[in-house]
Design a protein around this ligand. Structure first.
Ligand SMILES: Cc1cc2nc3c(=O)[nH]c(=O)nc-3n(C[C@H](O)[C@H](O)[C@H](O)COP(=O)(O)OP(=O)(O)OC[C@H]3O[C@@H](n4cnc5c(N)ncnc54)[C@H](O)[C@@H]3O)c2cc1C
Ligand SMILES: *[C@@H]1O[C@H](CO)[C@@H](O)[C@H](O)[C@H]1NC(C)=O
Ligand SMILES: *[C@@H]1O[C@H](CO)[C@@H](O)[C@H](O)[C@H]1NC(C)=O
Ligand SMILES: *[C@@H]1O[C@H](CO)[C@@H](O)[C@H](O)[C@H]1NC(C)=O
Ligand SMILES: *[C@@H]1O[C@H](CO)[C@@H](O)[C@H](O)[C@H]1NC(C)=O
Ligand SMILES: *[C@@H]1O[C@H](CO)[C@@H](O)[C@H](O)[C@H]1NC(C)=O
Length: 495
């Protein structure tokens, strides 16, 4: 009797200790930069019982470097924004992978109008400097970014040209171009959607560093340690399961069960959810059991998530000049409604063709004959569904219309396009702070990052991803930092 009790006692103590000492098991939903960052940090700290479930058939998420002709292009993230306090810069710069590029401010950016003329150089400079400082607007009150911007623009630019009829007309028509380009930065469909105020904090330094070779994807290799030395790769490959779409996260005080669309299920002590805030918003009612608390739903509601589109085109031969970098397209109001006759294909909005939402073509550094065609605005989800043939013809039509007088523009012959808005695993491109919700002294991103905890306060469901970073949301460095943060939260439990 006695010996059996001792045995039972020892058995309990032994197992209790095992339970305390054992490594927590962790499921990570999503293999974008935040998920990969969380996984690599856990692996480096001996938390090895991890599984990464990724809905797509590739890792990287909104980092998506694709082979294009004899080179690589990025359908998603492309630039490293800033240096100081930027984890991407810290990881990549010492390896000599980054270089300066200048998508907005360069002298070599030219603004053309839909009549085919280069804009007056003084006005062009004015427009470019306005663009470079577009977020430097009055942020007191509850104005939208667009309203706050116009208020400033009308006083600082339009007023300057009140006595110059021609420039005033162009500067007024330029408002559409400015909106299209600003919206491209914000990731919203209109400039009425983002708040004029913002918590985004640019890292000091060069805001437009690009990758010398191989594209943004290399940051994942650096995180996984397969670059620069493939022999040092962390044992991560067998932890990543592709085409595993999670559609249920069921949790209680004992842990979590995660179910996938193929009916497979996984159990763990913790789950880190890294899906975009667009995916959370769309699936908020079905994804979690029990359902998300009110604070979490409020944070999702306060976060904007729409998107832009990139069309990548290649020319069989060069028609631009050596020092040309980018071209911005300024639609004159009267041309806007006329182009439907010249180019009737594809969707329209309020009588205006999708093709007039092409606002810039940007040279891809290190890709001799490749440009990114930037498309923004409310029509983007429709434009994503257009056939490649119509897209290519639309790009060729617009580029000739604007530049055909000054350049012997040829037809681009190869095309690739993004579909972030219509892909159910993303449903947009990058998050922003919505008008009407912005509060200077409150962070909805931090609220989104709060874990769901058990009755002792231990985190069971954790949240990472760009939209959970209080100041660096919308970026890759923000996403990576958020993944490291949540891995750290789990490691703290072992202490
Ligand atoms: C066109 C474009 C241009 C950009 N340009 C820049 C730039 O120049 N510089 C910059 O810093 N940032 C840029 N960004 C933003 C940057 O790419 C993102 O902030 C970053 O990739 C977000 O990482 P994440 O890990 O938070 O989310 P994601 O990269 O979206 O990763 C989340 C992962 O979860 C997966 N997933 C979704 N639902 C499920 C599910 N149900 N089950 C399982 N898996 C699921 C997704 O497939 C995805 O792989 C750009 C983004 C886009 C789209
Ligand atoms: C902005 O809107 C919020 C919510 O509607 C409100 O609480 C706040 O007082 C407003 N701030 C200003 C400066 O108008
Ligand atoms: C700024 O000027 C534009 C064009 O003239 C006009 O449509 C807009 O209402 C003005 N906005 C403000 C805030 O004055
Ligand atoms: C998953 O299970 C449900 C209910 O049992 C069934 O209807 C469905 O066909 C299954 N799906 C797959 C992919 O096996
Ligand atoms: C990993 O975690 C799962 C879920 O907690 C558990 O069932 C499994 O035994 C663990 N595997 C290892 C090798 O520890
Ligand atoms: C375009 O081609 C024509 C005819 O070949 C030539 O005369 C002209 O100089 C070219 N223009 C430019 C800008 O290259």
């Amino acid at each position: 009797m006695m010996s059996r009790l001792v045995y039972l006692f020892l058995f309990l103590v032994y197992n209790f200790n095992i339970a305390l000492a054992k490594n927590p098991s962790v499921i990570i939903v999503g293999a974008g930069p935040s998920g990969i960052a969380a996984a690599t940090k856990l692996l480096e700290n001996s938390v090895t019982n991890i599984t990464i479930l990724e809905a797509e058939d590739r890792i990287g998420g909104r980092i998506h470097t694709v082979e294009f002709g004899d080179t690589f292009v990025d359908l998603g993230a492309e630039y490293c924004h800033g240096e100081k306090g930027n984890i991407v810069f810290t990881l990549a710069n010492n390896l000599g992978l980054l270089e300066h590029s200048d998508p907005l401010s360069s002298e070599n950016n030219k603004i053309y109008d839909s009549k085919g003329s280069a804009i007056d150089s003084e006005l062009a400079l004015e427009l470019k400097s306005t663009l470079n400082t577009y977020d430097d607007v009055d942020t007191t009150g509850n104005a939208s970014l667009g309203d706050a911007f116009l208020k400033k623009y009308n006083v600082t630019v339009l007023k300057k040209y009140t006595n110059e009829e021609q420039n005033l007309e162009v500067a007024t028509d330029a408002i559409k171009m400015l909106q299209d380009l600003i919206v491209m930065h914000e990731g919203s469909f209109t400039w009425q959607q983002p708040a004029a105020g913002r918590h985004y904090t640019a890292c000091e330094g060069d805001q437009a560093l690009t990758w010398k070779r191989g594209g943004y994807r290399i940051i994942l290799d650096i995180l996984m340690k397969s670059y620069p030395n493939p022999d040092q790769k962390l044992p991560i490959d067998d932890k990543i399961l592709l085409t595993k779409k999670v559609n249920k996260v069921i949790w209680n005080d004992n842990g979590v069960v995660v179910r996938c669309s193929d009916n497979s299920s996984f159990t763990a002590d913790h789950v880190i959810v890294t899906t975009s805030v667009g995916v959370l918003e769309k699936n908020k009612a079905s994804l979690f059991e029990p359902s998300l608390p009110k604070e979490k739903l409020n944070a999702i509601e306060a976060t904007g998530f729409n998107g832009i589109m990139k069309i990548i085109i290649r020319y069989p031969q060069k028609w631009w000049k050596d020092d040309d970098v980018n071209f911005f397209f300024l639609w004159r109001k009267r041309d806007l409604f006329k182009i439907i006759d010249e180019f009737p294909d594809g969707p329209r909005k309020d009588g205006v063709s999708w093709a007039s939402f092409i606002s810039a073509i940007v040279k891809v550094p290190n890709n001799a004959n490749v440009f990114v065609v930037w498309v923004s605005g409310e029509l983007v989800p429709e434009i994503e569904k257009v056939s490649e043939d119509v897209l290519l013809r639309g790009c060729n039509y617009v580029i000739k219309k604007f530049l055909g007088k000054d350049y012997n523009v040829t037809d681009a012959d190869k095309i690739l396009r993004s579909q972030w808005n219509t892909n159910p695993n993303f449903l947009g491109t990058y998050s922003y702070e919505k008008v009407g919700y912005f509060k200077e002294d409150f962070s909805y991103q931090a609220q989104l990052a709060e874990p769901l905890v058990d009755n002792k306060g231990k985190p069971i469901v954790l949240f990472a991803g760009e939209a959970t970073h209080p100041t660096l949301y919308s970026t890759v460095h923000g996403a990576i930092s958020s993944g490291l943060r949540e891995a750290g939260r789990i490691m703290d439990l072992k202490k």
